[in-house]
Write a protein that binds this ligand. Structure first.
Ligand SMILES: [Zn+2]
Length: 436
């Protein structure tokens, strides 16, 4: 069967982010062979996948080496988000054409979250993707200022849907457009109503990415928002100077509650780049990326410099740090889509925790070793990173009472010694495994 031979050849292409071949990842679909021409779909995890051109040229090279087709057509598509249904709405809602929804959040105000969201959206639009950005920061809509839009008369279409304002290829909608200069003193229910209007009554059309600029914090408003909207993933924006691991962990836990995977952390205002000599100064102290990774298993997607120009969107200026951040973000979204289906099976025996992703990906870790390696703030000093827990103090017969999966990257464990504050990333657990 030629189709199988084609798949065997394509198996040589490995996705660098997922470390698996594109065939077993299910990316190759709808193979058609007719009159000595070959056609198939390459279905990627995210439309802006930065390695897609590489996949196509590699696939063509490999196929041309093995077969003699007159023509090979590879149609690039992206996975449709599986849960794009909206609670309490009818079949034709304005989010139907939206492929991926990403929440941009921060645990505190003043970290430049809106500016980061706007820059990511504009960069993606510049690359030819259909992008929307919704500013639901009720307390201070910043989108009008970032895109220098004032006095907008919002218009509606025949279905009474609000038409978003388009700037630099990005479809924009903001509380600021509806409120004008009026101060936004609003309480929960009204906020929720406004959000519904902005989200479900806006004519988004077809979008590859819709970014939601959430209000800062991890309170009820944020929780409700992420429950109302079918969000595919969240990024958390933070800065080194008001760095608090506790804040970030609060953010992660909030998204966990509503089953939204945190795809990464963005460190804004991470350094200062001197315009005179291009030198980089870490004026706000060292980066916390390593700590985020070690403690929560969450990657840092990028670090952005402190730059007054970032307060205004100007697509003619492409800062390398933003280009790089967008590459990493898009890859992380793609990973998240696959990882959704890759939560391990877990079971325990008298002494070990066993985790099993597939037949050739199984690990086992002794309870005592896992408990002794707890990365929480009680067991490890937040500032120095030094271990506070004396491993000898962990009882020999320690065992987990409850194991709570946290998204697709970690578990929380309640131990028989009463300790329950640790988040154990799969990556960290893998580093403790018996089978090396
Ligand atoms: Zn601990």
């Amino acid at each position: 069967m030629q189709e199988e031979q084609i798949l065997t050849v394509l198996k040589e292409i490995i996705d660098p982010d997922l470390n698996r071949d594109i065939v077993s990842l299910g990316f190759v679909k709808n193979i058609h062979i007719q009159n000595n021409t070959l056609k198939f779909d390459l279905c990627l995890t995210t439309p802006a996948c930065p390695v897609k051109e590489e996949f196509v040229s590699k696939a063509k090279d490999l196929l041309n080496n093995s077969f003699k087709f007159d023509d090979i057509t590879i149609n690039l598509t992206a996975v449709n988000s599986p849960n794009r249904s909206v609670r309490g709405s009818n079949d034709h809602h304005p989010l139907q054409g939206v492929r991926t929804i990403i929440a941009v959040s921060s645990c505190k105000g003043g970290v430049g979250k809106s500016s980061v969201a706007a820059h990511i959206a504009t960069e993606l639009a510049g690359r030819g993707f259909r992008v929307g950005l919704l500013d639901i920061d009720i307390h201070g809509p910043s989108l009008p200022a970032l895109f220098q839009i004032n006095r907008i008369q919002v218009e509606t279409n025949d279905q009474k849907h609000v038409i978003p304002v388009e700037r630099h290829g990005v479809k924009l909608m903001s509380f600021g457009f509806l409120l004008g200069d009026a101060p936004a003193v609003m309480r929960g229910p009204i906020i929720s109503q406004y959000v519904q209007t902005l989200l479900f009554q806006t004519d988004w059309g077809t979008l590859d990415y819709l970014f939601l600029d959430l209000p800062p914090g991890t309170g009820d408003v944020q929780l409700t928002l992420t429950q109302t909207v079918p969000v595919d993933g969240a990024v958390i924006v933070t800065t080194p100077q008001n760095l608090s691991l506790i804040d970030v962990s609060r953010g992660i836990i909030m998204f966990e509650k509503v089953k939204v995977p945190v795809i990464g952390i963005i460190e804004n205002m991470a350094y200062f780049e001197c315009p005179d000599n291009g030198k980089r100064y870490d004026v706000f102290g060292p980066s916390a990326c390593e700590q985020f990774k070690r403690r929560f298993g969450v990657e840092t997607l990028g670090q952005l410099p402190l730059n007054p120009e970032f307060q205004r969107i100007d697509p003619s200026v492409r800062h390398p740090a933003i280009v790089d951040l967008v590459d990493q973000t898009v890859r992380a979204i793609g990973k998240g889509v696959v990882a959704k289906h890759r939560t391990p099976q877990m079971h325990t025996d008298a002494t070990h925790l066993h985790m099993n992703w597939s037949q050739d990906e199984q690990i086992s870790v002794p309870f005592r070793r896992l408990r002794s390696s707890c990365p929480c703030a009680v067991c490890v000093d937040e500032i120095t990173g030094q271990r506070r827990l004396d491993p000898d103090s962990v009882p020999d017969d320690i065992k987990p009472l409850k194991i709570i999966p946290l998204g697709n990257y970690a578990v929380g464990i309640e131990w028989s010694d009463g300790h329950a504050s640790g988040i154990y990333s799969y990556e960290m657990i893998q580093s403790l495994t018996d089978q090396k």
